[in-house]
Design a protein around this ligand. Structure first.
Ligand SMILES: [Zn+2]
Length: 570
């Protein structure tokens, strides 16, 4: 009897503890949202919304900022703040060391080549002629892919969307949409369906990992040729120039003068048969508008949120990232893009309200990474220690040449550099009977002497573990995966980065462990949530376990984040 009492009081205690941290033990069907909408704004740095608040209207970002819970102090903790890394971290609630997506591109030692994160030779695109066009593709990571097939098979841990599919026995409808293939494939997870924009065909496409043939509504949407309707149109300012912080700073020499798009408003999308027409659409608000139209059609045609089984729709808006690369975070284009995206979101929220009801929908918005300032912009403010790093120069310096001589090897010692890793030629090192760790250590000590290099560390040293316990080392460790990480992780000083990609020069490149690249907004709204601003430090890895806790399902397999108590307390 006493024993039983103990068990009962223990259970009561467990229940109280769980109630205190807000994890519901049982979630009734009537209490849970019918639809989860996870929005990712590619490269939306954490400060940009408040900075550009003056150009925001009603019902878009303001709905999230004023009616929802805004976490104003969210940072990633992994070092390589790139698109696939951030998206998969949002989807899985964990770091690349666990989910395995260590970079947009890594060197596959079995294949002996650089691979693109989601390329998969076992699959193919459903649309022929929709593959990446290597001649016109401006994304250097996309050009690394050798096949047109795409799948989530390289993602090693489960996503929230996977857990949703498993928990509800496949009855949840799960979709992800983005201009970027990796923006959609990441969020759909292994169990959902992904669609992305093909610049080659101007259509939304998918691979036969997801479908054997397109649903009718997708064929009908593509037949509308919505992208073509932008022919002859331009990206124009939404408001009078005086309303903008950067209203009198449109023309800046450090902005990229992309062919036919120019550095100043209006930015012409050009003719439909121009080889860069669809690329220009992605560099302006048109890319996000097309994504919205496709996602809204999906919401309607797939009947999302219409029954008690929760559905999931992920939308990743890519334009903010392209605008950052081409014009910089501090530009009239960046500011006006936020104004346009704000209108796009307002339309999305109105559609959700009409079809499902915002009270039945839990919306979460975050970003896959932040973005840096353009060195030229910082120099205008008198900040001079900002510059572009010439990575090709590394291999040509006397110091590296001396190293090669010391180890008795030629040009081929460094196999490849692709952000953030340097890959050494292991075969050559074996052949010459050299010690890999010793070669790595010698290169690391030379690299650290370069102007603009903040830190370099070898994977051997990381695995040995006798490194200082700094934020930098911890962030690189969180990025380390034994099979995929390169031999040496290279970190540049703040505001120093590579901007030349096979001849294409851009104004800025994100991907560093510095605060401007790790800082993102995290916002939850809808589903009866109260308005609040939370300044406590949180991470984007908290999002997936929070969504799981809201539904009372298990967190993704590798999740390290914690459910956000403010979202669970209702
Ligand atoms: Zn990105």
């Amino acid at each position: 009897m006493l024993h039983l009492q103990k068990i009962v009081s223990f259970l009561i205690m467990v229940f109280l503890v769980l109630s205190l941290v807000g994890i519901p033990l049982v979630v009734q069907a009537g209490d849970r949202p019918k639809l989860i909408v996870q929005i990712t704004v590619d490269a939306l740095r954490g400060d940009l919304l408040s900075r550009y608040e003056n150009v925001l209207g009603e019902g878009g970002f303001r709905y999230l900022m004023n009616k929802g819970i805004l976490y104003s102090n969210a940072h990633y903790r992994h070092a390589n703040t790139e698109t696939i890394v951030g998206h998969v971290s949002l989807a899985t609630g964990t770091v690349p060391a666990a989910h395995g997506m260590v970079g947009n591109v890594w060197f596959d030692r079995e294949q002996g080549r650089l691979v693109y994160n989601i390329e998969d030779a076992d699959y193919r695109l459903l649309t022929t002629g929709a593959d990446v066009d290597k001649e016109t593709e401006i994304d250097p990571t996309q050009r690394a892919a050798k096949v047109d097939g795409r799948s989530p098979n390289n993602i090693l841990t489960s996503t929230f969307s996977d857990e949703l599919a498993v928990h509800f026995a496949g009855q949840s409808k799960i979709f992800a949409v983005s201009v970027k293939d990796r923006g959609a494939v990441s969020m759909a997870g292994h169990a959902g369906k992904a669609f992305w924009f093909s610049k080659q065909s101007g259509e939304f496409v998918t691979s036969n990992y997801y479908f054997e043939e397109y649903p009718d509504w997708v064929e009908q949407w593509n037949a509308r040729k919505l992208a073509q309707t932008y022919a002859g149109k331009s990206w124009e300012l939404l408001h009078p120039a005086e309303r903008y912080l950067f209203g009198d700073a449109d023309d800046r020499a450090y902005e990229t003068d992309f062919p036919g798009f120019g550095r100043t408003f209006p930015h012409a999308y050009g003719k439909a048969d121009d080889k860069y027409f669809t690329t220009r659409l992605t560099l302006g608000p048109a890319g996000d508008e097309l994504t919205l139209d496709f996602a809204s059609t999906l919401l309607e045609k797939e009947q999302l949120g219409q029954d008690d089984i929760p559905d999931y729709l992920a939308i990743s808006f890519s334009t903010t990232d392209y605008v950052g690369h081409v014009f910089g975070a501090s530009s009239l284009e960046s500011e006006d893009n936020i104004a346009h995206l704000d209108r796009t979101l307002a339309k999305l929220f109105a559609t959700i309200d009409e079809r499902v009801g915002l009270e039945n929908t839990l919306i979460v918005l975050s970003a896959d990474h932040g973005q840096p300032e353009v060195p030229g912009h910082l120099q205008e403010r008198g900040i001079d220690n900002a510059f572009y790093f010439d990575v090709d120069a590394l291999d040509k310096t006397p110091a590296i040449a001396a190293l090669k001589k010391r180890f008795g090897v030629g040009e081929e010692l460094i196999e490849a550099y692709f952000q953030p890793y340097l890959y050494l030629n292991h075969e050559l090192i074996r052949e010459k009977k050299l010690d890999l760790a010793e070669v790595e250590a010698a290169i690391v000590s030379e690299l650290k002497k370069f102007k603009g290099v903040a830190y370099a560390v070898s994977s051997s040293a990381l695995q040995l573990g006798n490194l200082p316990d700094t934020r930098m080392v911890r962030s690189i460790r969180k990025n380390f995966h034994a099979k995929r990480s390169g031999d040496i992780y290279l970190v540049f000083e703040p505001n120093v980065f590579i901007n030349d990609f096979d001849g294409l020069t851009v104004a800025s490149t994100h991907g560093s462990p510095w605060r401007y690249d790790t800082f993102v907004p995290v916002m939850f709204a809808g589903a009866g949530l109260p308005a609040a601003t939370v300044n406590r430090p949180v991470t984007p890895y908290d999002i997936a376990p929070t969504l799981a806790a809201v539904l009372g399902i298990k967190p993704p397999s590798g999740s390290i984040g914690n459910p956000l108590v403010e979202v669970l307390k209702q």
